[in-house]
Design a protein around this ligand. Structure first.
Ligand SMILES: NC(=O)c1ccc[n+]([C@@H]2O[C@H](COP(=O)([O-])OP(=O)(O)OC[C@H]3O[C@@H](n4cnc5c(N)ncnc54)[C@H](OP(=O)(O)O)[C@@H]3O)[C@@H](O)[C@H]2O)c1
Length: 322
């Protein structure tokens, strides 16, 4: 099969389209014929091996799995003997290791039936970004109806889902983004928008019950200024941190300070699971959440897709079609 592989860490230039062995499903695996694969910042981190901390988990000289991509939508081709929930022909979406390929094996618990009303492209951009937004708002953020939430990076992959999911959870939503994305963020349901190029959301004019921080790496002191005295800060991430630990220090500092202040300050480590995928599929089928796709690329141009996504200009998500 064809796949996008790398032999060393580096920029998108290290990626090549190559013939590799088609994977064989283990007992608990589902073999998926890939139709589309989402592109998210995790792909860039695994490709570059940055921050260096990631190499301790994924390989010191090169990623242990040379095929990139973690989000997928496609059709089940075959199932392992212990798989009970899926059969060949099912249309599914979820996460797996190495989705920029014609086939990929996924664990049964990491996939769900694709939302009927979504295309493969739309379904493929959901698994990591929407799950992260959901777990940040609902689980770490404990968002309650009527609360005011600030979403930093509202026009991005996680942010565009977070705006819509916060509305589903009954919140008043303010989205922070650049000028070019204001219309998008309004159109997906934000009650208020703040253009961070011109306005400062931490100027004291307004404070929030929950801040979901997906971009900008702002100091904790700035974020806490925009938070109500008993509010919650959930740090999802942000590009451009240091080369050794990335934005991890900020999450660590938040965890250390949190017990001593009235506000709850926490980092997030999202875990993709089937029950969340099923819930997200229901919302998409009901039309209450719609994946936002900026641009679609063919498999052979995965390097272009990753560059476009990492430049930060994408409105919502970037997808690869296979
Ligand atoms: N913790 C976890 O489990 C987890 C899971 C998934 C992702 N993440 C991390 O979460 C972060 C966001 O991921 P993503 O996929 O949503 O990335 P993304 O698609 O690139 O979105 C980030 C958005 O932030 C905006 N932005 C950039 N600088 C900003 C600033 N100073 N203030 C406000 N907004 C700014 C960008 O566009 P504009 O500047 O044009 O507005 C972009 O739309 C990444 O660092 C990723 O690694 C963490």
């Amino acid at each position: 099969m064809k796949a996008i592989v790398q032999d060393v860490y580096g920029s998108a230039d290290v990626l090549v389209l190559r013939d590799v062995e088609t994977p064989v499903p283990g007992d608990g695996d589902v073999l998926i014929r890939v139709r589309a694969a989402g592109v998210e910042q995790g792909v860039w981190h695994l490709m570059t091996g940055l921050p260096y901390l990631t190499r301790a988990f994924f390989g010191f000289k090169a990623p242990k799995n040379p095929i990139r991509g973690r989000e997928v939508a496609g059709r089940v081709e075959a199932v392992g003997q212990n798989v009970v929930g899926f059969r060949p022909g099912d249309e599914v979406f979820g996460t797996a290791e190495g989705t920029f390929a014609e086939f990929v094996c996924a664990k049964e618990g990491k996939i769900a039936l694709k939302p009927v009303n979504a295309s493969f492209e739309q379904a493929a951009v959901v698994p990591i970004s929407a799950t992260t937004a959901l777990q940040g708002l609902r689980d770490s953020g404990q968002l309650q109806p009527g609360q005011e939430v600030l979403i930093i990076g509202a026009g991005g992959g996680v942010g565009s889902f977070a705006v819509q999911l916060a509305k589903v959870l009954g919140a008043q939503v303010t989205g922070v983004c650049s000028t070019a994305k204001l219309d998008l963020v309004r159109s997906i349901g934000a009650d208020h928008v703040i253009d961070y190029k011109h306005d400062d959301f931490a100027d004291g004019a307004r404070q929030y019950d929950l801040i979901l921080d997906t971009a900008g790496n702002r100091p904790l002191s700035v974020l806490r200024r925009a938070l109500k005295p008993r509010g919650t800060l959930v740090i999802v991430g942000g590009e451009g941190g240091g080369r050794w630990t990335g934005g991890f220090e900020r999450s660590l500092r938040a965890a250390l300070i949190s017990p001593f202040v009235g506000q709850k300050l926490t980092g997030l480590m999202a875990t993709e699971r089937q029950e969340d995928l099923r819930y997200l599929a229901q919302l998409i089928d009901a039309g209450t959440v719609t994946p936002v796709i900026d641009k679609s690329y063919p498999l052979g141009d995965a390097p272009g897709a990753i560059r476009h996504m990492h430049d930060g200009h994408a409105r919502g998500k970037v997808v690869i079609t296979v």
